[in-house]
Write a protein that binds this ligand. Structure first.
Ligand code: PLP
Length: 424
């Protein structure tokens, strides 16, 4: 059980929308609301401790550096990593791009002999899945273009689950990288991580996990999952925007050359050449989003105090209400598994397609009732294409979402076909 007063921690949830209606915020999969402790942590940093990290000899620089590194340790601990295995990034997208661009740089010769283990080229393969957010597809697709490697993907079945019948033919000795989402941002399906990691290890491929939709909603331990890299965003786990993190195994982060270059990431610079710091610094050129890192740590601390087991249990209950509810509405199609709403491999996300009604129109009917949902392709065009639709309307939850709110989504959705006169 969650503490009963959780919602009081989120100032924004008290506001009303559209002529005084209570806000029903069901767009946490896109960006979550922030508890007061996160807002306070950022403001406190800026009001009292702001200074340049790892660059000054004065007290503020010392305090800022301490808070920045403490934040790294808290976020690392939240996902079961060591502090040195967390690289700050702008968001999950940039974390995934760091890995892909760094492999591209290694292939071009950056990082010399120690970077050579990451080189890929013609004849090699990079593998993703059909369920990826564009953030974990486009960087790999473009890396393939840059290096001459081939992009392959594991297809999904009609319910949006990875079709593992294809695993051994898609992931082979030629595979150098297997990048996949932990949880789909469209179907809410949790990937069978251990099966995928086992196959990747058997063929010697690196694994890159997109933890954007898992870290905020489920207990996640990178050592248990045994992945090589994992990306996640602050703003989806109740933290600030402008900050995300890349987990990387120590030995890998130390050998991987930087993706981008500049000050703070280097040891020695001459006019001709540069040597890099150890990880994580070598992957963090330039001034970092320090207050945001402190805010992300406050969010991790807040979630850890509630307990991720409790968060998961709460969201399972919401998943059941959402998924069972919408799958019973005539003319409304739930994208993803139907009929086993509380099954263990789906989180509280429900993306629906209403026959004959554009997702934007569905979103407007919901918005008119104070319900904020996401409309469009949710940066997952290939998966929508697989389902034979161009877009959908998505409800997604977090700790502050109530069963009544999930039910409100279902109830308003049930009025949509008739509202547009499309009921059979
Ligand atoms: N991966 C998944 C599964 C997502 O849901 C998202 C955002 O919706 C991203 C990656 C990208 O996250 P960000 O925009 O924070 O970089």
């Amino acid at each position: 059980m969650l503490p009963s007063n959780v919602r009081d921690d989120f100032p924004l949830l008290a506001r009303t929308v559209r002529n005084g209606k209570p806000l029903v915020y069901l767009d946490s999969g896109a960006t979550a609301q922030k508890p007061r402790v996160v807002l306070d942590a950022e403001r406190e940093f800026n009001e009292r401790h702001n200074g340049a990290v790892a660059r000054g000899a004065h007290l503020l620089a010392e305090e800022a550096t301490g808070l920045f590194e403490d934040a790294r340790a808290v976020v690392a601990d939240f996902v079961g990593a060591d502090a040195g295995e967390i690289v700050w990034s702008q968001n999950a997208t940039s974390a995934l791009n760091i890995v892909a661009a760094a492999i591209g740089n290694a292939t071009a010769g950056v990082g010399g002999a120690e970077g050579a283990r990451f080189r890929i080229g013609p004849g090699d393969e990079i593998c993703v899945t059909e369920a990826e957010h564009h953030a974990n597809l486009v960087p790999w697709q473009q890396l393939a273009v840059r290096t001459g490697a081939t992009l392959r993907w594991i297809p999904v079945d009609d319910e949006g689950r990875l079709d593992l019948d294809h695993l051994d033919t898609v992931v082979t000795e030629r595979t150098k990288v297997l990048a996949f989402t932990h949880v789909s941002n469209i179907t809410g399906v949790i990937s069978p991580v251990s099966t995928l990691v086992e196959r990747a290890k058997a063929v010697g491929a690196l694994t890159v996990l997109d933890g954007c939709q898992s870290v905020p909603h489920l207990p996640v331990d990178v050592k248990q999952l045994d992945v090589d890299f994992m990306a996640f965003s602050g703003h989806k786990m109740l933290g600030p925007t402008g900050i995300g993190a890349l987990y990387g195994r120590n030995d890998l982060l130390d050998a991987l050359p930087p993706a981008t270059f500049g000050g703070g990431a280097v040891k020695t610079v001459t006019m001709e050449d540069t040597s890099w710091q150890e990880a994580p610094m070598r992957h963090e050129p330039g001034t970092q989003p320090v207050a945001q890192a402190v805010g992300m740590a406050a969010a991790a601390h807040y979630l850890a105090q509630i307990g991720m087991d409790q968060v998961e249990e709460h969201e399972r209950a919401l998943a059941a209400v959402l998924r069972e509810g919408v799958s019973q509405i005539p003319g409304v199609r739930l994208l993803g598994p139907v009929g086993d709403a509380d099954s263990r491999d789906v989180i509280a996300i429900a993306a629906v397609s209403v026959d004959g009604v554009h997702p934007h129109d569905v979103g407007q009917v919901l918005d008119d009732r104070g319900i904020a949902a996401r409309v469009g392709h949710h940066c997952g065009q290939p998966l929508h294409r697989r389902f034979g639709v161009t877009g959908s309307t998505r409800a997604s939850a977090h700790v502050y979402t109530t069963v009544e709110e999930a039910q409100a989504f279902v109830d308003v959705l049930a009025t949509v076909p008739e509202f547009f006169g499309v009921r059979a």
